[in-house]
Design a protein around this ligand. Sequence first.
Ligand code: NAP
Length: 295
Amino acid sequence: MLIIDGKKVSLYLKNELKATIESCKASTGKVPGLTIIIVGQDPASQGYVRNKAKTCKEIGMNSTLIEMPAETTQELLLDTIHELNNDPAVHGILVQEPLPEHIDEFTVTLAIDPSKDVDGFHPENLGCLVMGHLDKCFVSCTPSGILELLDRYKIETKGKHCVVVGRSNIVGKPMANLMLQKLDAANCTVTICHSATENISFYTKQADILIVAVGHARFITADMVKPGVVVIDVGNNRIEDPAAKSGYRMVGDVDFDCVSALASAMTPVPGGVGPMTIAMLMKNTLQSFKRFNGL
Ligand code: NAP
């Protein structure tokens, strides 16, 4: 069974991005800039934004972290976003979710200039993805990272049946739409499953490529897949583990030990999809910088 190693691929990718940023700097005197806004003190979100800022630094990109208190009004957050929309040194704007309950996430997404929406969540970017104008949009980072993995591992996708489990706006829906596109690492026949799908195994067993983003630890078991399937596990679930120093460990949405005995290729958790998501955020920000500078 082939392990699809997202950690390794993300390192290659980050080195490629670093080299491109250095050459952009040499020719223009400028580097890409990503601004991350975090509202409140959610520890998991704080960890994610720290990681993103650290990766920017590693590859020579500017990053600015704007930390706002949990009681920040929606109006102030929107004003901050509008200022960043007009700042030429900012090429990417990311508002870390979840936001406090009094702030409407969709209103915030709509406020970000689509040309700086490096998360790819704005309806204009999602719409361009659906219509196949990938050169004109930002594709959200987890789905585009998965496509990059399928591409780099030369997984045969054309005409294959791809089953996506999960229909969130940030993973499932863009993922399914991406696998449908006439692209080298896609061009699939696509089925989407969700919590109202009846007899989900009926669909998952037909998958040549199974992409799972449900948020339930080890949801997909060996009896739900066919031999030879390629499995992409997006899940990131914390489970108790008394043997671990921290008292917990991360597992995916797929039961790795059992399913890997049947699969032909599979991403591990951790070290599969996760590292690719951050790398693609960097790639999108560089892409934005290039567009703004006509490169
Ligand atoms: P989400 O917004 O909670 O969406 C989960 C999706 O799974 C929903 O569409 C839901 O269906 C579906 N679902 C839930 N229970 C189901 C069931 N019993 N049967 C079939 N479908 C079911 O989650 P998300 O943001 O897409 O994230 C999913 C997982 O991926 C989480 O573990 C998250 O931590 C992880 N994640 C990882 C990365 C990464 O970079 N590695 C990035 C993003 C997310 P309904 O729509 O019907 O409710």
